[in-house]
Design a protein around this ligand. Structure first.
Ligand code: GLC
Ligand code: CA
Length: 563
């Protein structure tokens, strides 16, 4: 297997708007990140992914881009970005940015022109369709749903046609069939590479190609059918990626990471990332995000971690892509609730469960990404009413379900609190000062329990979650363990066990074993058929291998060669 810098890197995702407010206007910004670079260097990460900072009306916090070549004023300037890249490089950290290719803002000049008339030169930059008349009623071109609630079509009065929008109505989908759109994106991505960035996290990449525009016959009970296969992982998009690779990615020493939602199977993961295909370097898949009933649960009680399913999903991707492609590994990102509130036990075993989760994930193969705040075990904040939410997706769904269809408001809010993306977008908890030390003025979003959980409290504490993350990162980068942790094979163990997560990494004659109890019970340990073992890292200080694992206990163990 080829060795590459990006395989050996340790990533960290920064949700810009919520990270740190450098100029005290209540909104996180680029100078805020610069101020915190020493913190990130101290943690040890060396590949920063910064969420969108482009000029935007911020309908979806910047994923709705109105100018791909400009920094939004509230986030700083291009000069700030350049100095961020420079300072990061001095600290041996690389910087990758979000590349949004699927859609623009409706305030982008292309869309403003496109919607003017049927024969505007920009008309074909987007996907426009005539209405259908069904039973005398004007109807959308297809019955497909949008990810953010309602139809994926929006009627535009001026030209009496619908445009496609799989996210919000302020995010019209680009028409990738149009060679002019392809060319614009090649130019734009090239321009960013010339600015000295080290790569791209490519947003919503699996949705660039759309199926034939015919109704879905799935989901009979839904008004609009959440049949994501209509615009996910379709063959044509691989042509677009090959084009981008040939014209842009292959010309620079950069890394490219695709976000592949929409149920991408392992075979698709390989199609995207096998070096022979000349598309992307790695993918974020979503499979493990759904293993704790987060989407079905109506209340906290119904959240449960399905350990067997988690093991199966990780084993599948770890072994499936081994030698064939490359995984980006992460627990959760800015589109999901906080890790600790999903898979941890913040109330009773905050430290133990946070460290256990880190142990389970970060010794796998692939390039790891921490989501900001995870390294101190941040949890979901407490939402009291709809006014506490900012996410366009929740606000849309509230309008449709509660206002229009009179769904019970309390039930809606209870579910929103469990699943909302605002959980992850709550402010970074730097200290126990007002608003967690994020800003000196009233911030734009909600914050979690910063009195209990904050950076200041953990940064110098040898027992803290933060320090444990530092140790993991250092191990992954160390001469002694780098090869086995980065390039080793993965074998899932005890796959049928309901409580324990375990796997083996092997490389040359080195073998590392991870064992973890994902529950709050003490669980008997199956026998380990090796005599000589050495514990490299453990989340309970000073513990030896014993017949049972304590609640949330986890270890990284080296199997010593027998003489
Ligand atoms: C991706 C982003 C998400 C955004 C969407 C539309 O899924 O991660 O935050 O809303 O794309 O750009
Ligand atoms: Ca600011």
């Amino acid at each position: 297997m080829d060795k590459n810098w990006w395989k050996e890197a340790f990533g960290y995702q920064i949700y810009l708007r919520s990270f740190f407010d450098g100029n005290n206007d209540g909104i996180g910004d680029l100078p805020g990140i610069i101020a915190k670079l020493p913190y990130l260097a101290h943690l040890g990460v060396n590949l920063l992914w910064i969420c969108p900072f482009y000029t935007s009306p911020m309908d979806d916090n910047g994923y709705d881009v109105a100018n791909f070549y400009r920094v939004a004023r509230e986030y700083g300037t291009l000069k700030d970005l350049r100095s961020l890249i420079k300072s990061a490089h001095q600290l041996q950290m690389k910087v990758i940015i979000d590349l949004v290719l699927n859609h623009t803002s409706d305030e982008h000049p292309w869309f403003k022109a496109s919607r003017k008339s049927l024969n505007n030169p920009y008309r074909d930059y987007y996907i426009w369709k005539k209405p259908r008349i069904i039973d005398g009623q004007q109807t959308e071109p297809t019955n497909w749903a949008s990810f953010f609630g309602g139809s994926c079509w929006e009627f535009d009065v001026r030209t009496q046609e619908y445009y496609m929008k799989i996210f919000s109505k302020k995010m019209p989908d680009l028409n990738w069939e149009n060679p002019k759109v392809q060319e614009e994106m090649v130019q734009m991505a090239t321009w960013w590479c010339e600015q000295g960035i080290d790569g791209f996290r490519i947003d919503a990449i699996s949705h660039l190609a759309k199926a034939e525009f015919v109704d879905s016959d799935l989901f009979p009970d839904h008004e609009y059918k959440p049949d994501w296969s209509k615009y996910s992982n379709l063959p044509r998009l691989h042509d677009y990626l090959k084009l981008l690779n040939k014209r842009v990615f292959s010309k620079y020493n950069i890394v490219t990471i695709g976000e592949v939602g929409g149920n991408a199977p392992v075979s698709e993961g390989i199609a995207y990332t096998n070096p022979k295909n000349h598309e992307l370097n790695m993918v974020f898949n979503f499979d493990h995000n759904w293993c704790n009933n987060a989407w079905g649960a109506q209340s906290k009680k119904e959240l449960s971690t399905d350990v067997q399913q988690l093991k199966a999903v990780f084993h599948k991707w770890q072994t499936g892509l081994y030698g064939q492609g490359w995984n980006a590994i992460y627990w959760l990102n800015h589109d999901q609730p906080r890790l600790m509130s999903q898979y941890g036990d913040p109330e009773h075993y905050h430290q133990e469960s946070a460290k256990m989760l880190a142990t389970v994930l970060y010794f796998m193969g692939g390039t790891p990404f921490i989501y900001n705040g995870e390294e101190i075990g941040m949890t979901n904040p407490e939402f009291k009413s709809i006014a506490d939410f900012r996410d366009v997706s929740i606000i849309n769904q509230y309008e449709i379900n509660v206002k229009r269809h009179h769904q019970d408001e309390q039930a809606f809010l209870a579910r929103a609190a469990l699943t909302s993306r605002d959980n992850a977008r709550s402010l970074m908890q730097w200290s126990d000062q007002a608003d967690g030390g994020f800003s000196l003025v009233k911030p734009w979003n909600i914050i979690g329990d910063y009195h209990k959980i904050n950076v200041a409290k953990q940064i110098n504490d040898p027992q803290s979650i933060f320090t444990y993350y530092r140790r993991i990162i250092a191990l992954r980068k160390s001469d002694q363990y780098r090869d086995v942790l980065v390039y080793g094979t993965y074998e899932g163990l005890w796959m049928e066990h309901p409580d324990l997560f375990a796997y083996m990494r092997s490389y040359a004659h080195q073998r590392l074993l991870v064992i973890a109890n994902m529950t709050k019970k003490t669980v008997a340990l199956p026998s380990i058929p090796y005599q000589q073992v050495k514990i490299i890292l453990a989340n309970y200080e000073g513990r030896q291998l014993s017949p049972a694992l304590l609640p949330y206990e986890a270890m990284l163990i080296q199997i010593e060669e027998e003489d």
